[in-house]
Design a protein around this ligand. Structure first.
Ligand SMILES: [Zn+2]
Ligand SMILES: [Zn+2]
Length: 412
C-alpha cells in the first residue's frame, strides 16, 4: 500500500541571497549554483529569484496508481463525454451570432467592448477548454472526429490554434515541469524581467501572447498535415468573414480571444493550475474550507482509508492546484486540475465524481477558491510570481509527445 511522502526534495538555485534558508541536504547537480537548500513548503515559498527545482517524479502518476488500487471503479469514469460536441456547437453558434450582430459597431463602442469582454471572452475561454478536452480525445471515440471537432471549435478563436495546442499540451502532461519541454513553464528571462507588480500585471494582461509565443523560443515541434489543415480552414473562415461582413466580426473574435487570456475571471485558471501559491492569501485546504459540509461524509469513511490506505502526498511545495469554485461551470471543470492530471482520460463531466470517489486523496491538498483572488495575489503578493514554479531539469526523464506516438493518439 502506498505510503505518505512528507519529505520535500525541492531545492532552490539562488543567484541572490535567499531570505530563508534551511540546512542543505542535497548535492546540486550539474549547473546548480552553490547555494542549495532543502525546503519545507512554507520556507520554499519565501525564496526569491529562482524556481523550485525538484528531483522527484511528478506526483500524478504515483497518485493515479494509488487511487486505482484503492478505488478500481474510477476507471469506469474514463471515456468520451457525448455532451461536449453539443456544447461546442452552441458556443460556436453564439459567437457567430454575436460577431454578426456587431458587424456595424465601432471598435471602441461600449456595446462592442462589453460584449467582447463578457460574452466573447467567456465563450472563447470555453472553446480553449473544449479544445483541451478534445485534445485528450474526450468528445468522440474516433481520433479523426475529435480532430475535426477541434477545427470547428477553433473557428471563433480566429487564430489557428487547436493543432499546435495538442502536442504541447500532451507533452505538458507527460513531462510536467521539465525545463525546456513543458512550455507551460515560464522561462528565467520572463521571470527575471516580470518580477514586479507592473511586470506581473503585464504578464496577466497578455497571458495569451506569452502562451502563444513561448513555444517558439523554448521548444519547436514539427508541423504536420493537421497543422496545415488547421491553418487552411481558419484562414478560409477569416477571409470569408471579412468578405461578407466586413472587419468588425473578425475584430470581435480576435478581441474575444485576447480578453479570454487576459485580466478576465476565467483566465485565472492559467495561473491557478501550477504556480506555487503556498503562503498566499487565496489558498485554502479543501478540508478546512468545506469542514462543516464534509463532517458527515468524513465520519462515514472506513477506518481502513484512514490507516493503512493513506493517500499519497506529493512533496512540497505542491505543483498542481485545483479550484472548486463556480467558474468551473463555464470552463469544462478545468479547475479540477489535480484530478485531471491524475486521470486525463476522465472527461470534464465526471471529474467531480472522480473527486468524490477518491476524496481522501484530494481533500487535504491545497486548492484555490477564487480565480480572481488568484490573479490578485499573483500580481500583488511579493512572495508569488513567475519564479513560483516547480521545475525538473531537462533530461530528468521528461517525455516528448510531439510526434505521432501511441500516447498522443490516445490523448493520454
Ligand atoms: Zn496542467
Ligand atoms: Zn490536459
Amino acid at each position: 500500500m502506498a505510503t505518505a511522502v512528507s519529505t520535500a526534495t525541492v531545492t532552490t538555485r539562488s543567484r541572490s541571497s535567499p531570505r530563508t534558508k534551511s540546512s542543505s541536504s542535497k548535492t546540486p547537480s550539474k549547473g546548480v549554483a552553490t547555494t542549495s537548500t532543502t525546503q519545507t513548503c512554507n520556507e520554499a515559498s519565501q525564496i526569491e529569484n529562482d524556481f523550485f527545482w525538484t528531483y522527484t517524479e511528478e506526483p500524478h502518476r504515483t497518485r493515479r496508481r494509488a487511487i486505482i488500487q484503492a478505488h478500481p471503479d474510477v476507471l469506469k469514469l474514463c471515456g468520451p463525454e457525448p455532451l461536449t460536441k453539443y456544447i461546442v456547437f452552441g458556443v460556436v453558434a453564439t459567437q457567430f451570432v454575436a460577431a454578426y450582430l456587431l458587424r456595424n459597431s465601432s471598435f471602441f463602442s461600449p456595446a462592442f467592448l462589453l460584449t467582447a469582454y463578457i460574452v466573447g471572452a467567456t465563450a472563447n475561454q470555453n472553446l480553449f477548454l473544449a479544445i483541451h478536452e478534445i485534445s485528450h480525445n474526450l468528445a468522440f471515440k474516433s481520433p479523426a472526429l475529435n480532430r475535426t471537432l477541434a477545427l470547428l471549435a477553433n473557428l471563433p478563436i480566429a487564430i489557428p490554434y487547436s493543432a499546435s495546442f495538442r502536442p504541447y499540451h500532451l507533452t505538458h502532461h507527460k513531462s510536467l515541469g521539465v525545463d525546456g519541454i513543458d512550455v507551460d513553464l515560464p522561462t528565467s528571462l520572463e521571470a527575471l524581467f516580470l518580477n514586479s507588480v507592473a511586470g506581473k500585471t503585464f504578464f496577466c494582461t497578455c497571458q495569451i501572447l506569452f502562451y502563444a509565443l513561448r513555444p517558439m523560443f523554448v521548444l519547436q515541434l514539427p508541423l504536420g498535415p493537421l497543422h496545415f489543415a488547421n491553418i487552411a480552414v481558419q484562414v478560409a473562415f477569416d477571409v470569408a468573414l471579412v468578405k461578407f461582413f466586413g472587419w468588425m466580426p473578425l475584430a470581435y473574435l480576435i478581441l474575444s480571444s485576447f480578453l479570454a487570456g487576459s485580466l478576465h475571471p476565467c483566465a485565472g485558471h492559467f495561473i491557478a493550475e501550477h504556480y506555487v501559491f503556498e503562503g498566499a492569501g487565496t489558498l485554502r485546504s479543501h478540508t478546512t474550507a468545506k469542514a462543516t459540509a464534509d463532517t458527515k461524509k468524513q465520519s462515514q469513511r472506513t477506518s481502513a482509508s484512514k490507516s493503512d490506505k493513506l493517500p499519497v502526498k506529493a512533496p512540497s511545495p505542491a505543483e498542481t492546484y485545483s479550484y472548486y469554485g463556480p467558474l468551473n461551470f463555464f470552463t469544462y471543470n478545468v479547475g479540477y486540475h489535480n484530478e485531471h492530471h491524475d486521470f486525463p482520460a476522465v472527461p470534464w463531466s465526471r471529474l467531480p465524481a472522480l473527486h468524490e470517489a477518491a476524496r481522501e486523496y484530494y481533500e487535504d491538498l491545497p486548492c484555490h477558491r477564487s480565480w480572481c483572488g488568484v490573479m490578485w495575489y499573483f500580481i500583488t503578493d511579493p512572495k508569488v510570481g513567475l519564479w513560483n514554479r516547480v521545475k525538473r531539469e531537462a533530461g530528468s526523464g521528461g517525455r516528448l509527445v510531439g510526434g505521432l506516438t501511441r500516447a498522443e493518439d490516445n490523448g493520454e
